[in-house]
Design a binder for this molecule. Structure first.
Ligand code: UGA
Length: 458
């Protein structure tokens, strides 16, 4: 039944799926989920209030950068199974509705802003047909699903609510949706589980683990997973601080502890820390919710995780000052990276951009390069100087900061760019560059979490 396209996407040979699906919210999560479900053979309608997004998606164009999604989307639109609209009435014949809207941090608190989730339920509840299942995928404070289930019952007693958290990473959204490492469903009836088993039948056939949970546990799995990942990153960044103080090298430390399978070597990349639309706001919303539940102390440690993370950005600025002196006015700094991580054009809470903004605020002459994220970054910070031309970015700089580990930066030949800069001076904020290569080419290289006087390793 499975095949694959030239792009390596999974495709189904026939499309005799019984269920019809709607996907509400067409951001990174929803657009990917809609296209992926269509590629499993379902008829899918994606719904979003943003008319411009709907128009682009309907033409098979993805309004953001996500590797592989543009191809999958246009393939699926071409099958006729996948459509997009801003009209909720289009969902009235669907059997399963996935809520995939965002839950950003609220403006004036640590809590999640639930406006979009509440709005999505209010819009879908009256049109959902009897017997249909409304499935939340958004990351929400525990207790949300139970509250929404009650609201749903009061509007439309024939429909049912379930929760099915999503664990996809930006940059790997298609792969993570079609080959997740687990499927978690929070349900209150066997029937709801059966429907979700039917939706994910092709993935279950691949032996992907299936976990049935109650509603609160399903919601908690997601925030617990993101909190654990954030903790792992801040742990290694705390070790980075110690290594700096004790003349050690956090990259060697991380490699060495990572060989212990109980620890594992992933998410131990020390540097300027985590950002994006998920980890930072999720740990904060989790703390806010624990407070409401009277369990504040249990998550007190996440406050420290958050401050270690933000401190990594400050440590980067301190390294810059140690190098260029306290007065940064007019100092030429080239910044490599604006996205919160490579393979993404997302600049939400990007550590790289935050550092650039702080240096700009201190009067430095900052020029920022990113292969994909300059448009989004410019929209947020129009006063900053962005370029997609690497040579332009480096020209005349006294210091380069490597802040997002795009492959093209790792592939730079340090000898080949030496003539562009005023000074062969670089700080690796992601511990991703080949140090030996740069030092051998005569560069003064420092990195977060390593002794100030670098030894070339490897
Ligand atoms: C994260 C989770 O990894 C996904 O499982 C989850 O589904 C998603 O949030 C979500 O809640 O929707 P994502 O935000 O796409 O995914 O990014 P990650 O790959 O987790 O990276 C987060 C940040 O941590 C990035 O800024 C990255 O640069 C940083 N990071 C990651 C490190 O600083 N060190 C590491 O070792 C790994």
């Amino acid at each position: 039944m499975w095949g694959s396209t030239s792009e390596g996407h999974l495709v189904v040979a026939n499309s005799n799926k019984r269920l019809r699906l709607s996907v509400i919210g067409t951001g990174y999560l929803g657009a990917t989920h809609a296209a992926a479900m269509s590629s499993l053979g379902f008829e899918v309608v994606g719904i979003d209030l943003d008319k411009e997004k709907i128009s682009l998606l309907s033409q098979g164009r993805v309004p953001f950068f996500e590797p592989g999604l543009d191809q999958l989307l246009s393939d699926e639109i071409a099958t006729g199974r996948l459509t997009f609209t801003d009209d909720f009435a289009a969902a009235s014949e669907c059997d399963v509705h996935f809520i995939c809207v965002g839950t950003p941090q609220a403006k004036n608190s640590l809590a999640a802003d639930m406006t979009f989730v509440n709005g999505a339920l209010a819009a879908i509840a009256p049109v959902a047909k009897s017997g249909s299942l409304i499935v939340g995928k958004s990351t929400v404070p525990v207790g949300t699903a139970a509250r929404l289930a009650e609201e749903l019952a009061s509007i439309n007693a024939g429909a049912e609510l379930a929760w099915n958290p999503e664990f996809l990473r930006e940059g790997f959204a298609v792969e993570d949706t079609l080959r997740p490492n687990r499927l978690v469903v929070g349900v209150t009836s066997d029937r709801a589980e059966e429907i979700l088993r039917e939706v994910y039948a092709d993935l279950l056939a691949l032996d992907i683990p299936w976990i049935r949970a109650d509603l609160p546990t399903a919601e908690l799995v997601k925030v617990a997973a993101n909190s654990f990942l954030a903790t792992k990153i801040s742990f290694i960044n705390a070790m980075a601080e110690i290594c700096e103080a004790a003349d050690g090298d956090v990259t060697v430390l991380a490699k060495a502890i990572g060989f212990d399978p109980r620890i594992g070597n992933r998410f131990l990349q020390a540097g300027i820390g985590f950002g994006g639309g998920c980890l930072p706001k999720d740990i904060r919303a989790f703390m806010a919710r624990a407070d409401e539940l009277g369990a504040r102390q249990a998550l007190e440690f996440l406050r420290e995780i958050d401050s270690i993370n933000l401190r990594a950005r400050t440590r980067m600025i301190e390294l810059v000052r140690a190098d260029l002196g306290d007065d940064l006015k007019g100092r030429k700094i080239a910044i490599l990276g604006a996205a919160f991580k490579p393979e993404s054009d997302d600049v939400r809470d990007s550590p790289a951009l935050d550092i650039a903004v702080q240096l700009h605020g201190a009067g430095a002459d900052v020029r920022i390069h990113d292969p994909k994220a300059t448009e989004n970054a410019k929209r947020r910070f129009p006063a900053l100087d962005f370029t997609t031309d690497l040579g332009e970015c480096l020209k005349g700089s006294e210091l380069i900061l490597h802040l997002t580990e795009w492959r093209e930066y790792r592939e730079i030949d340090p000898s080949a760019i030496a003539h562009l800069v005023a000074k062969k001076n670089i700080i690796d904020g992601r511990n991703a560059l080949d140090r030996a290569k740069w030092i051998k080419a005569g560069w003064h290289l420092r990195a977060l979490g390593v002794a100030p006087v670098l030894k070339a390793i490897g």
